[in-house]
Design a protein around this ligand. Structure first.
Ligand code: URA
Length: 192
């Protein structure tokens, strides 16, 4: 995607050391739904694609079940390089990568942005969040030059550590599919 693929960046000294490559967003540039994760993990760093490890498998399964195939959505991360030992990205790293994310949001112009986990939720909402109790909530936030709907969601990995979180995750992905369907008019077809 022209204008949004980062091919060179040396803004974060630690991440330049820890990464194998820059992991850009994946999926159609006109997607209705944009998922935003935290940062690439080991599998993503190896393959150069976001959410391809175990978390990615959970996300793919839930997307398929919600009738929103992965091929139809765009998936990106707050930070495009794998942090050392998979630590959380620092405030400075998040800030360094923010212009790339803002540009991606502006170009994709999604109907809804779904934050996967606490880090992207807090980064985009610019406040502390309690992601387990706030998952499923939608807030309007100025992003990529205009007010956007942000749907807070658990990180898919949370469902691997605690199976009881799976239902909340499923419901939130279903909500994303509903919002996308409503804005493209599909839900009206279902009324006939
Ligand atoms: N977790 C994330 O937050 N992002 C990925 O790309 C993979 C796992």
């Amino acid at each position: 995607m022209e204008g949004v693929e980062v091919t060179e960046c040396t803004r974060c000294a630690d991440l330049v050391e820890s990464r194998s490559r820059i992991v850009n967003g994946d999926g159609p540039e006109d997607a209705d739904v944009l998922f935003v994760g935290e940062a690439p993990g080991a599998s993503e760093d190896e393959e150069g694609v976001p959410f391809v490890g175990r978390s990615g498998d959970v996300l793919d399964d839930e997307l398929r079940d919600a009738g929103l195939p992965r091929a139809d959505v765009r998936i990106t991360n707050c930070v495009r390089c794998r942090p050392p030992e998979n630590r959380d990205p620092s405030r400075e790293e998040l800030a360094n990568c923010r212009p790339y994310l803002e540009r991606e949001i502006e170009l994709v112009d999604p109907d809804v942005i779904v934050t996967l986990g606490k880090v992207p939720g807090e980064h985009l909402l610019e406040r502390d969040i309690a992601v387990t109790s706030e998952a499923g909530n939608v807030e309007r936030v100025e992003l990529g030059g205009e007010p956007r709907e942000v749907l807070l969601c658990l990180h898919p990995a949370a469902t691997l550590y605690d199976a009881s979180q799976r239902e909340t995750f499923t419901e939130t992905i279903e909500k994303a599919a509903t919002i996308a369907g409503e804005s493209s008019g599909q839900s009206q077809l279902g009324d006939y």
